[in-house]
Design a protein around this ligand. Structure first.
Ligand code: GLA
Length: 419
């Protein structure tokens, strides 16, 4: 038998093989801007405190990404979350964008976003209603997938409010197949494991999830408090074994949005910048999708510099895509270590380590590279880069310590390049 007839008989015997998500997307953790964390369901365009979710907002985000250096740093997707549609479908059963806020329709916005070299993302939910009560995709898979494809959508976040485990377990797979069939590569992000574990209180089977979803939420919504950052980071620290198995090109655990730019709710005595930096460092190391959600008109210079720090983003976008291994020193102090693909002209991997300090005091500790097998093989000498300050510190051997000081509720991160 020829190779071709082998393949044909395989496909006849196992038709599901053609249904697996094979869109070739998200080979690196996706980066971009998503409306929910800052604008939430702000549909009142007369409110002057938070700008409403409308066409002009989305166009201004595309302009900022294009003009302010975000594209060069790797930010690519502009994603509209919940609350974009009319409350009812039209007479053909199709979803309709809110007639006032998106008066020129989604294809117009997609064209604008694409004209800037960016990609366009949208939101729906697997049930009859989205989490905010707008029409969901249930019973409309074919028609909605065709609509999203006709609007040139590149990314679809699919939530899972108000539905039961059985339907979560079949619906996300069916929708993945339906999106595949449109022929348009659409990055598919599922909230499936989150709803199974935390709403349905059932065990998650990751095998079908990684087969059918490019991104998947496994934990609660990120909320703008220090406590929430702590719990999210700790949850992902405890997910390392799962991530080692299931996290990588085309299939990423998603810890929800970055809060850099959005900030934390003001809490007396808490310097929120340290917390935001801590979150960004952990997301770089995991590596997690880097989805900003903030007012880009008003972002502070230091927050913008953090988002645009190319050495930090390089840790996240590294092609080796190995999740950082956490080593807990105590419940409030963890060292995360991760190897990287070798720098040009070098055979040996580079290695990054981050120290994440949840103590309410500064901590100084030594780091010895030779103790972390995850970064083997070691070479004789390394050049040490302080990633947050973007400076080279010194050259060392893998046996020599690097003494680092981490401020209270903050993180530091260093990359060691073999010499
Ligand atoms: C859920 C999701 C959020 C957001 C909202 C929108 O809570 O987890 O990320 O999409 O729904 O209603």
């Amino acid at each position: 038998m020829s190779l071709w007839s082998d393949v044909l008989s395989l496909l006849i015997l196992f038709p599901a093989l053609v249904d697996l998500l094979n869109n070739g997307l998200a080979l690196k953790p996706p980066m971009g801007w998503l409306s929910w964390g800052y604008h939430e369901c702000q549909v009142d365009c007369k409110n002057t405190t938070v700008r409403c979710l409308d066409e002009s907002l989305i166009m201004s985000v595309a302009d900022h990404l294009f003009n302010d250096g975000y594209i060069e740093a790797g930010y690519e997707y502009v994603i509209i979350d919940d609350c974009w549609s009319e409350p009812q479908r039209n007479e053909f059963g199709q979803l309709v964008p809110d007639r006032e806020r998106f008066s020129r329709g989604m294809k117009f916005l997609a064209d604008y976003i694409h004209s800037k070299g960016l990609k366009f993302g949208m939101y729906t939910s697997l049930g009859t209603y989205t989490c905010k009560g707008y029409p969901g995709i249930r019973d409309h898979f074919e028609i909605d997938a065709a609509t999203f494809a006709s609007w040139d959508v590149d990314f679809l976040k699919v939530d899972g409010c108000f539905i039961k485990a059985d339907y979560l377990n079949t619906g996300y797979i069916d929708l993945s197949r339906t999106l595949n069939k449109t022929g348009r590569p659409i990055l598919y992000t599922c909230s499936w494991p989150y709803y199974i574990q935390f709403i349905e209180n059932k065990m998650v089977n990751f095998e079908p999830i990684v087969e059918h979803c490019n991104l998947f939420r496994t934990y609660h919504d990120i909320f703008h408090t220090a406590g929430n950052i702590y719990h999210t980071v700790k949850f992902f620290e405890s997910s390392y074994d799962l991530m080692k198995k299931y996290h990588g090109p085309g299939q990423w655990f998603d810890p929800d949005m970055l809060l850099v730019g959005r900030g934390l709710n003001p809490t007396k005595g808490i310097d929120s910048f340290g917390w935001l930096r801590l979150q960004m460092v952990v997301y770089a190391m995991l590596p997690a999708p880097l989805l900003i959600s903030c007012n880009l008109d008003a972002i502070s210079q230091k927050e913008k510099e953090l988002l645009l720090n190319k050495d930090l983003v390089a840790i996240n976008q590294d092609m080796m895509a190995v999740p950082a291994q956490p080593f807990a020193i105590d419940p409030f102090l963890t060292i995360w270590v991760k190897p990287h693909e070798p720098k040009k002209g070098n055979m040996n991997p580079a290695c990054s380590f981050a120290v994440v300090n949840f103590h309410f005091r500064d901590v100084t500790i030594p780091f010895f590279l030779h103790k972390y097998a995850v970064c083997e093989p070691f070479t004789r000498r390394y050049s040490v880069m302080d990633v947050l300050n973007r400076t080279f510190l010194k050259n060392i051997t893998s046996l020599e310590p690097i003494h680092v000081t981490v401020p209270s509720s903050d993180a530091v991160v260093y990359t060691l390049f073999p010499l």
